[in-house]
Design a protein around this ligand. Structure first.
Ligand code: IPE
Ligand code: IPE
Ligand code: MG
Length: 253
């Protein structure tokens, strides 16, 4: 379903968004779940549960307004440092999400792609990821990339290793390597780079997210914690992006 937002009169930040000129690809660092819970005297895991709901709401909304790609950072290669009960809760939420997605993605026409090193996930989770990937292969709709056990540096090393393997096998030569060819070895192969990167939770850093792909992304930071992130906040981010002057190293036309 694609809504005709351009014809819609709306107040708030939506009124400042030009829905005919949306970014094709938005990336979001889902940060601030733990602090959201702690501020309410709740265990950090409660924040992850509400954060998962927020993700559903925002992903559905991105699909509705016609965003082609949404990439979210859900669990980093560094997040294994956290207490076991927190990691277990996040993996439990992932399982619940995957089971729901298997039932609904065809109806919703949402493609899911998982980016990161899946080899360390449990066999059960790996099987669910495989089922989601198989269903996604048949679909054409909005693509949601979920980064799990993802690190930008690990992704680049993984790509470099695969390229070296292909060199060893005689499929390519070192002198063939260009930026375009290297991109084919990244988890994000075939996906355009995000134009807009949103980080809720108040931090102003990448935390190892999409290091290669964000070379020219526009950053939008907000103090709003991810569980409180709303469509209105998304509108603010898109409106801010639409006012940026993107020069890509050139000069203003
Ligand atoms: C983001 O929220 C979710 C993950 C990193 C898995 P955090 O858990 O980092 O929340 P804060 O930053 O501690 O509030
Ligand atoms: C980044 O958030 C990772 C995810 C949101 C999945 P972190 O909370 O792990 O990042 P730092 O520790 O604040 O840099
Ligand atoms: Mg955090």
């Amino acid at each position: 379903m694609k809504l005709s937002f351009s014809k819609r009169k709306s107040g708030g930040a939506a009124g400042q968004v030009d829905f005919s000129r949306l970014p094709r690809h938005i990336a979001i660092i889902l940060d601030g779940n733990g602090r959201w819970a702690q501020r309410r005297g709740l265990p950090r895991t409660a924040g992850h549960k509400v954060g998962a709901e927020t993700f559903r709401t925002i992903a559905t909304y991105c699909r509705d307004i016609g965003i082609e790609y949404l990439t979210v950072y859900a669990f980093s290669t560094e997040n294994w440092k956290r207490p076991k009960d927190e990691v277990d809760t996040i993996m439990g939420l992932l399982k619940r999400y995957l089971l729901e997605a298997i039932d609904t993605m065809e109806r919703d026409n949402v493609r899911l792609r998982f980016m990161g090193d899946m080899s360390v996930l449990s066999d059960e989770l790996k099987a669910l990821v495989d089922r989601c990937n198989a269903i996604s292969a048949r679909l054409t709709g909005c693509q949601c990339n979920i980064c799990i056990n993802y690190g930008g540096r690990a992704e680049i090393v993984h790509a470099a290793r695969d390229f070296a393997i292909d060199c060893g096998a005689g499929k390519v030569k070192p002198e063939d390597l260009t930026e375009e060819l290297f991109e084919k070895y990244l988890y994000s192969a075939g996906i355009p780079s995000p134009e807009l990167l949103i980080r809720p939770g108040g931090e102003q850093r990448l935390s190892n997210f999409l290091l290669w792909q964000c070379a020219y992304a526009e950053f939008y930071y907000t103090d709003v914690l991810w569980p409180d992130f709303s469509k209105e906040e998304l509108h603010r981010a898109i409106a801010a992006y639409q006012h940026r002057d993107r020069r890509f190293g050139g000069i203003k036309k």
